[in-house]
Design a protein around this ligand. Structure first.
Ligand SMILES: CC(C)(COP(=O)(O)OP(=O)(O)OC[C@H]1O[C@@H](n2cnc3c(N)ncnc32)[C@H](O)[C@@H]1OP(=O)(O)O)[C@@H](O)C(=O)NCCC(=O)NCCS
Length: 185
């Protein structure tokens, strides 16, 4: 059983974290979507999930660590750019345009918790860090493209469903991605 009271620390991700982030994402995608997607959908979901290095360059991506062991427990962040979801490889989904905080919602991006560290508040912590940073830059709304594994976390943190959509099919396999959002006011 995970220790739900294990102390967590957080910091901004750097390029030195890239390999560890990739490894954590890989295991989270494989293990934590099992209850909500078929094996074929999990495989297809890799087309629209994973590492977006622009978040690390922008210094809007966080690492959460188990303070006692130093182990990476999770990662995730936010963005002032238009891309809603997707990794470096998801070329069709990318839009590097800077958003206007007065009229457009900031984005929550690339949330992943290591399977050994779920339900300890890692996801909730990263969301609160991203929301605070976006608010600090003048954004009044925030949105994301949510996987089915992410929906319970986002609903628990006050996000509502805006649109139930699908990622572009991979080998004919469709994977749900729901646009969700909340006010930062
Ligand atoms: C989604 C994900 C990041 C959640 O991470 P987490 O660190 O376990 O979430 P938290 O511990 O902060 O959960 C906070 C609350 O969200 C809800 N929640 C989170 N995971 C849940 C689950 N699997 N089932 C039901 N509720 C859940 C609960 O209300 C929880 O509070 P509680 O534990 O006190 O009941 C993690 O499951 C994951 O990495 N999934 C695979 C990758 C993915 O799909 N990421 C989302 C991309 S949009």
């Amino acid at each position: 059983m995970p220790d739900r009271n294990a102390p967590l620390s957080h910091r901004l991700a750097t390029e030195a974290d890239l390999d560890s982030i990739r490894a954590l994402m890989d295991v989270a995608i494989a293990e934590l979507q099992k209850g909500v997607l078929t094996p074929a959908q999990i495989s297809a979901s890799r087309g629209s999930m994973g590492l977006d290095t622009s978040l690390i360059r922008d210094r809007t991506y966080f690492i959460v660590e188990d303070e006692l062991t130093g182990e990476m427990a999770g990662c995730g962040g936010w963005s002032r750019r238009a891309t809603l979801y997707g990794g470096d490889h998801s070329a069709a989904l990318r839009d590097e345009r800077l958003l206007d905080p007065e009229t457009e919602p900031a984005k929550i991006r690339a949330m992943y918790t290591h399977p050994n560290h779920t339900r300890k508040g890692v996801g909730r912590l990263i969301l609160s860090l991203g929301e605070a940073a976006a608010r600090q830059e003048g954004f009044t709304r925030i949105e994301m493209g949510a996987t089915m594994a992410g929906v319970p976390l986002y609903e628990a943190c006050g996000y509502h469903i805006i649109e139930k959509g699908m990622a572009a099919p991979v080998d004919g396999i469709e994977v749900p991605v729901w646009r969700m959002g909340k006010s930062l006011l």
